[in-house]
Design a binder for this molecule. Sequence first.
Ligand SMILES: [Zn+2]
Length: 479
Amino acid sequence: MKLRPAYFAIPIIALLIQPLTLGGDIKKKEEAVASIEKHKAELVGLSDQIWGFAEPALRETRSSKVLADYAEKQGFQVKRGVAGMATAFVASYGQGRPIIGILGEYDALPGISQKAQPVKEALEAGSAGHGCGHNLFGAASLGAAVAIKELIAGGKLKGTIRFYGTPAEESIGGKIYMARDGLFKDLDVCMAWHPDDKTRADVDSTQAIVDFIVEFKGKAAHAAADPWNGRSAVAALEFFTTGINRMREFVKPTVRMHYVIQKGGDVPNVVPEYARVWCWLRDSKRTGVEELLSRARKIAEGAALMAGVESKLTVQSGDYEMLANLAGAKLIHANMTWLGPIQYTSEEQEFAKAIQRATDVEPKGLNGAVQPLEPPKKDPEGGSTDVGDVSWIVPTLHLSVTTAPEGAPWHAWPVVACGGMSIGHKGLAYAAKALAATMVDLFEDEKTRETIQAEFKEKSKGELYKPYVPDGPPPLPKN
Ligand SMILES: [Zn+2]
Protein backbone atom coordinates (compact mmCIF):
# COMPACT_ATOMS: atom_id res chain seq x y z
CA MET A 1 0.00 0.00 0.00
CA LYS A 2 1.16 3.46 -0.87
CA LEU A 3 1.72 5.67 2.16
CA ARG A 4 0.86 9.31 1.83
CA PRO A 5 4.29 10.91 2.22
CA ALA A 6 2.81 14.15 3.57
CA TYR A 7 2.16 12.43 6.88
CA PHE A 8 5.82 11.81 7.36
CA ALA A 9 7.08 15.13 6.08
CA ILE A 10 5.77 17.02 9.13
CA PRO A 11 8.20 16.99 12.04
CA ILE A 12 5.51 16.00 14.52
CA ILE A 13 7.57 16.11 17.69
CA ALA A 14 9.04 19.46 16.69
CA LEU A 15 5.53 20.85 16.33
CA LEU A 16 4.60 19.68 19.79
CA ILE A 17 7.66 20.90 21.65
CA GLN A 18 7.98 24.33 20.08
CA PRO A 19 7.38 27.02 22.71
CA LEU A 20 3.76 28.07 22.65
CA THR A 21 2.86 31.47 21.42
CA LEU A 22 -0.55 32.68 22.43
CA GLY A 23 -1.10 35.52 20.02
CA GLY A 24 -4.48 36.51 21.43
CA ASP A 25 -5.04 39.10 24.08
CA ILE A 26 -5.70 37.52 27.51
CA LYS A 27 -8.18 40.30 28.34
CA LYS A 28 -10.29 39.41 25.33
CA LYS A 29 -10.25 35.76 26.36
CA GLU A 30 -11.37 36.75 29.82
CA GLU A 31 -14.21 38.69 28.22
CA ALA A 32 -15.15 35.65 26.12
CA VAL A 33 -15.17 33.48 29.26
CA ALA A 34 -17.27 36.10 31.09
CA SER A 35 -19.73 36.14 28.17
CA ILE A 36 -20.18 32.37 28.44
CA GLU A 37 -20.73 32.69 32.21
CA LYS A 38 -23.28 35.44 31.54
CA HIS A 39 -25.18 33.28 29.02
CA LYS A 40 -24.62 30.01 30.86
CA ALA A 41 -28.19 29.58 32.10
CA GLU A 42 -29.52 30.17 28.56
CA LEU A 43 -27.01 27.76 27.02
CA VAL A 44 -27.82 25.09 29.60
CA GLY A 45 -31.50 25.78 28.88
CA LEU A 46 -30.95 25.15 25.16
CA SER A 47 -29.04 21.96 25.88
CA ASP A 48 -31.69 20.68 28.30
CA GLN A 49 -34.46 21.39 25.82
CA ILE A 50 -32.61 19.47 23.09
CA TRP A 51 -31.89 16.68 25.60
CA GLY A 52 -35.63 16.49 26.27
CA PHE A 53 -36.61 16.60 22.58
CA ALA A 54 -34.12 13.77 21.86
CA GLU A 55 -34.75 13.91 18.14
CA PRO A 56 -32.85 11.38 15.99
CA ALA A 57 -31.07 12.19 12.71
CA LEU A 58 -32.93 14.40 10.20
CA ARG A 59 -35.86 14.71 12.60
CA GLU A 60 -34.13 17.40 14.70
CA THR A 61 -36.83 19.95 13.86
CA ARG A 62 -37.30 21.45 17.33
CA SER A 63 -33.63 21.02 18.31
CA SER A 64 -32.32 22.93 15.28
CA LYS A 65 -35.07 25.55 15.71
CA VAL A 66 -34.17 26.46 19.31
CA LEU A 67 -30.51 26.88 18.33
CA ALA A 68 -31.27 28.87 15.14
CA ASP A 69 -33.79 31.07 17.00
CA TYR A 70 -31.24 31.78 19.74
CA ALA A 71 -28.57 32.68 17.17
CA GLU A 72 -31.03 35.03 15.46
CA LYS A 73 -31.93 36.65 18.79
CA GLN A 74 -28.21 37.22 19.38
CA GLY A 75 -27.96 39.16 16.12
CA PHE A 76 -26.65 36.42 13.82
CA GLN A 77 -27.86 36.23 10.24
CA VAL A 78 -29.43 32.80 10.00
CA LYS A 79 -29.95 30.77 6.85
CA ARG A 80 -32.18 27.76 7.54
CA GLY A 81 -32.71 24.61 5.50
CA VAL A 82 -29.30 24.62 3.79
CA ALA A 83 -27.91 21.75 1.67
CA GLY A 84 -31.38 20.28 1.17
CA MET A 85 -31.95 19.52 4.86
CA ALA A 86 -34.68 21.34 6.79
CA THR A 87 -32.72 20.85 10.03
CA ALA A 88 -29.39 22.25 8.75
CA PHE A 89 -28.57 25.94 9.13
CA VAL A 90 -25.76 28.47 9.03
CA ALA A 91 -25.61 31.46 11.41
CA SER A 92 -23.18 34.24 10.57
CA TYR A 93 -22.03 37.43 12.28
CA GLY A 94 -19.51 40.09 11.25
CA GLN A 95 -17.85 40.69 7.94
CA GLY A 96 -14.62 40.15 6.09
CA ARG A 97 -11.72 37.90 6.97
CA PRO A 98 -10.77 35.90 8.83
CA ILE A 99 -13.84 33.68 8.64
CA ILE A 100 -13.81 31.20 11.50
CA GLY A 101 -16.37 28.40 11.48
CA ILE A 102 -17.64 26.32 14.37
CA LEU A 103 -19.65 23.10 14.12
CA GLY A 104 -22.65 22.14 16.24
CA GLU A 105 -24.54 18.83 16.30
CA TYR A 106 -27.89 18.00 17.93
CA ASP A 107 -29.12 14.57 16.79
CA ALA A 108 -30.01 11.85 19.30
CA LEU A 109 -29.74 8.05 19.07
CA PRO A 110 -32.80 5.81 18.78
CA GLY A 111 -33.84 3.50 21.59
CA ILE A 112 -31.66 4.75 24.46
CA SER A 113 -33.99 7.07 26.35
CA GLN A 114 -32.80 7.59 29.93
CA LYS A 115 -33.56 9.76 32.93
CA ALA A 116 -30.86 12.08 34.34
CA GLN A 117 -30.08 9.65 37.15
CA PRO A 118 -27.32 7.11 37.87
CA VAL A 119 -29.70 4.14 37.57
CA LYS A 120 -30.75 2.79 34.18
CA GLU A 121 -34.37 3.77 33.62
CA ALA A 122 -35.94 5.09 30.40
CA LEU A 123 -37.45 8.56 30.44
CA GLU A 124 -39.82 7.29 27.75
CA ALA A 125 -39.49 3.60 26.89
CA GLY A 126 -38.40 2.95 23.30
CA SER A 127 -37.62 6.62 22.61
CA ALA A 128 -34.34 8.20 21.55
CA GLY A 129 -31.75 9.64 23.91
CA HIS A 130 -28.65 11.81 23.68
CA GLY A 131 -26.17 8.95 24.04
CA CYS A 132 -23.43 10.88 22.23
CA GLY A 133 -24.01 14.17 24.08
CA HIS A 134 -24.91 16.13 20.95
CA ASN A 135 -27.32 18.28 22.99
CA LEU A 136 -24.20 19.66 24.72
CA PHE A 137 -22.23 19.80 21.45
CA GLY A 138 -24.64 22.17 19.68
CA ALA A 139 -25.31 24.47 22.65
CA ALA A 140 -21.63 24.82 23.66
CA SER A 141 -20.47 25.60 20.13
CA LEU A 142 -23.20 28.21 19.77
CA GLY A 143 -22.22 29.69 23.16
CA ALA A 144 -18.62 30.06 21.92
CA ALA A 145 -19.86 31.69 18.71
CA VAL A 146 -21.97 34.17 20.72
CA ALA A 147 -18.96 35.10 22.90
CA ILE A 148 -16.93 35.84 19.75
CA LYS A 149 -19.86 37.77 18.27
CA GLU A 150 -19.88 40.03 21.33
CA LEU A 151 -16.17 40.77 20.88
CA ILE A 152 -16.74 41.56 17.19
CA ALA A 153 -19.75 43.75 18.06
CA GLY A 154 -17.61 45.60 20.62
CA GLY A 155 -14.99 46.31 17.98
CA LYS A 156 -12.44 44.08 19.73
CA LEU A 157 -12.14 41.42 17.03
CA LYS A 158 -12.34 41.79 13.26
CA GLY A 159 -13.78 39.23 10.89
CA THR A 160 -16.68 36.78 10.63
CA ILE A 161 -17.85 34.06 13.00
CA ARG A 162 -19.99 31.37 11.44
CA PHE A 163 -21.89 28.68 13.36
CA TYR A 164 -22.92 25.57 11.40
CA GLY A 165 -25.99 23.68 12.58
CA THR A 166 -25.08 20.22 11.27
CA PRO A 167 -27.78 17.51 11.49
CA ALA A 168 -27.69 13.74 11.22
CA GLU A 169 -24.12 13.03 12.30
CA GLU A 170 -25.33 9.63 13.48
CA SER A 171 -26.84 8.59 10.14
CA ILE A 172 -26.27 10.10 6.69
CA GLY A 173 -23.71 12.70 7.84
CA GLY A 174 -25.27 16.12 7.31
CA LYS A 175 -21.85 17.77 7.06
CA ILE A 176 -21.02 15.71 3.97
CA TYR A 177 -23.97 17.25 2.09
CA MET A 178 -23.04 20.70 3.43
CA ALA A 179 -19.46 20.08 2.26
CA ARG A 180 -20.67 18.89 -1.15
CA ASP A 181 -22.61 22.16 -1.47
CA GLY A 182 -19.47 24.17 -0.74
CA LEU A 183 -20.60 25.64 2.59
CA PHE A 184 -17.20 25.29 4.30
CA LYS A 185 -14.84 26.17 1.49
CA ASP A 186 -14.31 29.88 2.28
CA LEU A 187 -13.41 29.33 5.96
CA ASP A 188 -9.92 30.15 7.22
CA VAL A 189 -10.20 27.65 10.07
CA CYS A 190 -13.02 25.48 11.42
CA MET A 191 -13.48 24.40 15.05
CA ALA A 192 -15.31 21.46 16.57
CA TRP A 193 -15.46 19.59 19.84
CA HIS A 194 -17.05 16.41 21.11
CA PRO A 195 -18.29 15.21 24.50
CA ASP A 196 -15.97 12.56 25.92
CA ASP A 197 -14.77 10.96 29.16
CA LYS A 198 -11.54 12.99 28.98
CA THR A 199 -10.58 16.59 28.32
CA ARG A 200 -7.93 17.17 25.67
CA ALA A 201 -6.83 18.82 22.45
CA ASP A 202 -7.21 16.12 19.78
CA VAL A 203 -4.21 15.02 17.73
CA ASP A 204 -5.57 11.64 16.66
CA SER A 205 -7.46 10.90 13.50
CA THR A 206 -10.75 8.98 13.21
CA GLN A 207 -11.55 6.06 10.91
CA ALA A 208 -12.62 6.49 7.31
CA ILE A 209 -15.78 4.57 6.51
CA VAL A 210 -17.99 3.60 3.59
CA ASP A 211 -21.66 2.75 4.07
CA PHE A 212 -23.39 0.71 1.35
CA ILE A 213 -26.27 -1.61 0.58
CA VAL A 214 -26.07 -4.82 -1.43
CA GLU A 215 -29.28 -6.11 -2.98
CA PHE A 216 -29.80 -9.47 -4.66
CA LYS A 217 -32.65 -10.24 -7.02
CA GLY A 218 -33.53 -13.83 -7.89
CA LYS A 219 -36.64 -15.74 -8.96
CA ALA A 220 -39.46 -16.94 -6.72
CA ALA A 221 -40.78 -20.52 -6.96
CA HIS A 222 -42.36 -23.15 -4.70
CA ALA A 223 -39.49 -24.25 -2.47
CA ALA A 224 -40.65 -27.91 -2.56
CA ALA A 225 -42.81 -28.33 -5.69
CA ASP A 226 -40.60 -26.62 -8.29
CA PRO A 227 -37.42 -25.24 -6.68
CA TRP A 228 -35.58 -25.68 -10.01
CA ASN A 229 -37.60 -22.78 -11.34
CA GLY A 230 -36.31 -20.57 -8.50
CA ARG A 231 -33.08 -18.69 -7.92
CA SER A 232 -32.54 -17.70 -4.31
CA ALA A 233 -31.52 -14.15 -3.44
CA VAL A 234 -30.85 -15.35 0.10
CA ALA A 235 -28.35 -17.93 -1.21
CA ALA A 236 -26.46 -15.04 -2.83
CA LEU A 237 -26.64 -13.02 0.37
CA GLU A 238 -25.16 -15.94 2.29
CA PHE A 239 -22.34 -16.26 -0.27
CA PHE A 240 -21.72 -12.53 0.09
CA THR A 241 -21.51 -12.51 3.89
CA THR A 242 -19.37 -15.66 3.76
CA GLY A 243 -17.04 -13.83 1.36
CA ILE A 244 -16.83 -10.79 3.64
CA ASN A 245 -16.19 -13.00 6.66
CA ARG A 246 -13.49 -14.97 4.83
CA MET A 247 -11.92 -11.68 3.79
CA ARG A 248 -11.52 -10.76 7.50
CA GLU A 249 -8.44 -12.95 7.69
CA PHE A 250 -6.76 -11.07 4.86
CA VAL A 251 -7.18 -7.46 5.89
CA LYS A 252 -5.07 -5.24 8.13
CA PRO A 253 -5.81 -5.23 11.88
CA THR A 254 -6.99 -1.61 11.47
CA VAL A 255 -9.98 -2.73 9.37
CA ARG A 256 -13.48 -3.03 10.83
CA MET A 257 -16.30 -4.67 8.85
CA HIS A 258 -19.88 -4.93 10.06
CA TYR A 259 -23.23 -5.60 8.47
CA VAL A 260 -26.87 -6.27 9.23
CA ILE A 261 -29.25 -8.36 7.16
CA GLN A 262 -32.22 -6.18 6.36
CA LYS A 263 -34.19 -8.55 4.21
CA GLY A 264 -33.78 -12.31 3.98
CA GLY A 265 -36.98 -13.69 2.50
CA ASP A 266 -40.47 -14.02 3.98
CA VAL A 267 -41.38 -17.69 4.39
CA PRO A 268 -39.38 -20.91 3.89
CA ASN A 269 -41.73 -22.36 1.27
CA VAL A 270 -41.05 -19.58 -1.25
CA VAL A 271 -37.63 -19.36 -2.89
CA PRO A 272 -36.67 -15.80 -1.82
CA GLU A 273 -36.74 -13.37 -4.70
CA TYR A 274 -35.12 -10.48 -2.85
CA ALA A 275 -32.43 -10.06 -0.19
CA ARG A 276 -30.68 -7.02 1.18
CA VAL A 277 -27.66 -6.48 3.43
CA TRP A 278 -26.43 -3.14 4.89
CA CYS A 279 -22.66 -3.01 5.27
CA TRP A 280 -20.04 -0.65 6.81
CA LEU A 281 -16.33 -0.98 6.08
CA ARG A 282 -13.73 1.07 7.96
CA ASP A 283 -10.00 1.61 7.94
CA SER A 284 -7.54 4.24 9.11
CA LYS A 285 -7.55 6.03 5.77
CA ARG A 286 -9.87 6.60 2.85
CA THR A 287 -7.41 4.84 0.52
CA GLY A 288 -7.76 1.68 2.63
CA VAL A 289 -11.55 1.94 2.55
CA GLU A 290 -11.51 2.34 -1.25
CA GLU A 291 -9.60 -0.91 -1.55
CA LEU A 292 -12.06 -2.72 0.75
CA LEU A 293 -14.99 -1.38 -1.25
CA SER A 294 -13.60 -2.67 -4.53
CA ARG A 295 -13.07 -6.10 -2.94
CA ALA A 296 -16.65 -6.05 -1.59
CA ARG A 297 -17.95 -5.23 -5.08
CA LYS A 298 -16.25 -8.32 -6.49
CA ILE A 299 -17.58 -10.48 -3.66
CA ALA A 300 -21.12 -9.22 -4.40
CA GLU A 301 -20.69 -10.01 -8.10
CA GLY A 302 -19.22 -13.42 -7.35
CA ALA A 303 -22.02 -14.22 -4.92
CA ALA A 304 -24.63 -13.30 -7.52
CA LEU A 305 -22.85 -15.41 -10.15
CA MET A 306 -22.82 -18.48 -7.89
CA ALA A 307 -26.50 -18.14 -7.00
CA GLY A 308 -27.58 -17.27 -10.53
CA VAL A 309 -29.15 -14.00 -9.46
CA GLU A 310 -28.48 -10.29 -9.98
CA SER A 311 -26.68 -8.00 -7.56
CA LYS A 312 -26.57 -4.28 -7.01
CA LEU A 313 -24.23 -2.39 -4.67
CA THR A 314 -25.26 1.15 -3.74
CA VAL A 315 -22.93 3.44 -1.79
CA GLN A 316 -25.06 5.50 0.60
CA SER A 317 -22.54 7.50 2.56
CA GLY A 318 -19.11 7.51 4.14
CA ASP A 319 -16.73 9.67 6.10
CA TYR A 320 -13.17 10.67 5.48
CA GLU A 321 -10.65 10.09 8.24
CA MET A 322 -9.97 13.18 10.33
CA LEU A 323 -7.02 15.25 9.22
CA ALA A 324 -5.69 16.30 12.61
CA ASN A 325 -3.90 19.62 12.86
CA LEU A 326 -1.05 19.59 15.35
CA ALA A 327 -0.38 23.33 15.30
CA GLY A 328 -4.08 23.78 16.06
CA ALA A 329 -3.99 21.15 18.82
CA LYS A 330 -1.10 22.98 20.42
CA LEU A 331 -3.11 26.19 20.43
CA ILE A 332 -6.14 24.46 21.96
CA HIS A 333 -3.96 22.77 24.57
CA ALA A 334 -2.44 26.08 25.59
CA ASN A 335 -5.91 27.56 26.03
CA MET A 336 -7.16 24.56 27.99
CA THR A 337 -4.11 24.78 30.24
CA TRP A 338 -4.92 28.45 30.73
CA LEU A 339 -8.51 27.51 31.70
CA GLY A 340 -7.36 24.72 34.03
CA PRO A 341 -9.18 21.46 34.84
CA ILE A 342 -12.93 20.96 35.27
CA GLN A 343 -13.76 20.79 38.98
CA TYR A 344 -16.46 18.46 40.25
CA THR A 345 -18.41 18.32 43.49
CA SER A 346 -18.40 15.15 45.58
CA GLU A 347 -22.07 14.60 44.58
CA GLU A 348 -21.09 14.65 40.90
CA GLN A 349 -18.22 12.20 41.54
CA GLU A 350 -20.64 9.93 43.42
CA PHE A 351 -23.14 10.13 40.53
CA ALA A 352 -20.36 9.09 38.13
CA LYS A 353 -19.13 6.26 40.37
CA ALA A 354 -22.65 4.88 40.75
CA ILE A 355 -22.85 4.69 36.94
CA GLN A 356 -19.43 3.04 36.75
CA ARG A 357 -20.43 0.42 39.32
CA ALA A 358 -23.71 -0.18 37.45
CA THR A 359 -21.84 -0.72 34.17
CA ASP A 360 -19.03 -2.88 35.62
CA VAL A 361 -16.19 -0.43 35.04
CA GLU A 362 -13.67 0.74 37.60
CA PRO A 363 -15.35 3.38 39.82
CA LYS A 364 -12.78 6.10 39.18
CA GLY A 365 -15.33 8.88 38.87
CA LEU A 366 -14.91 11.83 36.50
CA ASN A 367 -11.64 12.93 34.95
CA GLY A 368 -11.68 16.69 34.39
CA ALA A 369 -7.90 17.12 34.08
CA VAL A 370 -6.47 18.55 30.87
CA GLN A 371 -4.63 15.63 29.27
CA PRO A 372 -1.01 16.21 28.20
CA LEU A 373 -0.42 16.81 24.51
CA GLU A 374 1.12 13.66 23.09
CA PRO A 375 2.29 12.72 19.60
CA PRO A 376 -0.54 11.25 17.48
CA LYS A 377 -1.06 7.50 17.30
CA LYS A 378 -0.26 5.85 13.98
CA ASP A 379 -3.80 4.54 13.61
CA PRO A 380 -7.00 5.94 15.13
CA GLU A 381 -9.24 4.07 17.54
CA GLY A 382 -12.54 2.66 16.23
CA GLY A 383 -15.14 5.18 15.12
CA SER A 384 -15.86 7.68 12.39
CA THR A 385 -17.36 11.15 12.07
CA ASP A 386 -18.44 13.47 9.28
CA VAL A 387 -16.23 16.17 10.86
CA GLY A 388 -13.55 14.19 9.00
CA ASP A 389 -14.97 15.43 5.70
CA VAL A 390 -14.81 19.06 6.84
CA SER A 391 -11.18 18.52 7.89
CA TRP A 392 -10.22 17.78 4.27
CA ILE A 393 -11.70 21.06 3.05
CA VAL A 394 -10.46 23.50 5.69
CA PRO A 395 -8.03 23.18 8.61
CA THR A 396 -10.19 21.76 11.42
CA LEU A 397 -9.24 22.00 15.08
CA HIS A 398 -10.86 19.51 17.42
CA LEU A 399 -11.09 19.14 21.17
CA SER A 400 -12.79 16.73 23.56
CA VAL A 401 -14.32 17.63 26.90
CA THR A 402 -15.39 15.41 29.78
CA THR A 403 -19.15 15.03 30.02
CA ALA A 404 -19.39 11.42 31.28
CA PRO A 405 -17.71 8.98 33.71
CA GLU A 406 -14.38 7.55 32.62
CA GLY A 407 -14.67 4.19 30.86
CA ALA A 408 -18.48 3.95 31.01
CA PRO A 409 -20.20 2.77 27.81
CA TRP A 410 -20.68 5.39 25.08
CA HIS A 411 -23.81 5.61 22.85
CA ALA A 412 -25.58 4.28 25.91
CA TRP A 413 -27.61 5.36 28.97
CA PRO A 414 -24.69 6.73 31.10
CA VAL A 415 -23.97 9.44 28.51
CA VAL A 416 -27.66 10.34 28.29
CA ALA A 417 -27.91 10.52 32.09
CA CYS A 418 -24.89 12.83 32.53
CA GLY A 419 -25.84 15.01 29.55
CA GLY A 420 -29.06 16.03 31.27
CA MET A 421 -27.52 17.19 34.58
CA SER A 422 -24.68 19.26 36.05
CA ILE A 423 -21.84 16.98 34.83
CA GLY A 424 -22.87 17.57 31.24
CA HIS A 425 -23.58 21.25 31.90
CA LYS A 426 -20.04 21.74 33.25
CA GLY A 427 -18.63 20.08 30.13
CA LEU A 428 -20.78 22.36 27.98
CA ALA A 429 -19.51 25.53 29.68
CA TYR A 430 -15.91 24.33 29.60
CA ALA A 431 -16.07 23.42 25.91
CA ALA A 432 -17.60 26.81 25.06
CA LYS A 433 -14.80 28.60 26.94
CA ALA A 434 -12.00 26.50 25.41
CA LEU A 435 -13.43 27.03 21.92
CA ALA A 436 -13.94 30.77 22.42
CA ALA A 437 -10.47 31.34 23.92
CA THR A 438 -8.86 29.43 21.05
CA MET A 439 -10.89 31.43 18.54
CA VAL A 440 -9.66 34.71 20.07
CA ASP A 441 -6.16 33.54 19.09
CA LEU A 442 -7.35 32.51 15.64
CA PHE A 443 -8.92 35.92 15.03
CA GLU A 444 -6.02 37.92 16.38
CA ASP A 445 -2.92 36.00 15.44
CA GLU A 446 -2.39 35.83 11.70
CA LYS A 447 0.88 33.96 12.08
CA THR A 448 -0.75 31.09 13.99
CA ARG A 449 -3.47 30.92 11.34
CA GLU A 450 -0.82 30.68 8.65
CA THR A 451 1.03 27.91 10.50
CA ILE A 452 -2.23 25.97 10.84
CA GLN A 453 -3.06 26.49 7.17
CA ALA A 454 0.44 25.50 6.04
CA GLU A 455 0.18 22.21 7.96
CA PHE A 456 -3.25 21.57 6.42
CA LYS A 457 -1.95 22.24 2.91
CA GLU A 458 1.01 19.96 3.42
CA LYS A 459 -1.13 17.09 4.76
CA SER A 460 -3.95 17.36 2.22
CA LYS A 461 -1.64 17.84 -0.74
CA GLY A 462 -2.56 15.87 -3.84
CA GLU A 463 -5.93 14.66 -2.50
CA LEU A 464 -9.08 15.73 -4.31
CA TYR A 465 -11.96 15.81 -1.82
CA LYS A 466 -14.69 13.59 -3.20
CA PRO A 467 -17.60 12.88 -0.85
CA TYR A 468 -19.06 9.37 -0.72
CA VAL A 469 -22.65 10.57 -0.93
CA PRO A 470 -24.54 10.01 -4.19
CA ASP A 471 -25.71 12.90 -6.39
CA GLY A 472 -29.07 14.46 -5.68
CA PRO A 473 -30.76 15.56 -2.46
CA PRO A 474 -30.05 13.90 0.90
CA PRO A 475 -32.26 10.85 1.59
CA LEU A 476 -34.75 12.44 3.97
CA PRO A 477 -37.03 10.22 6.07
CA LYS A 478 -40.63 9.97 4.87
CA ASN A 479 -43.00 11.26 7.49
ZN1 LIG B 1 -21.10 12.06 18.51
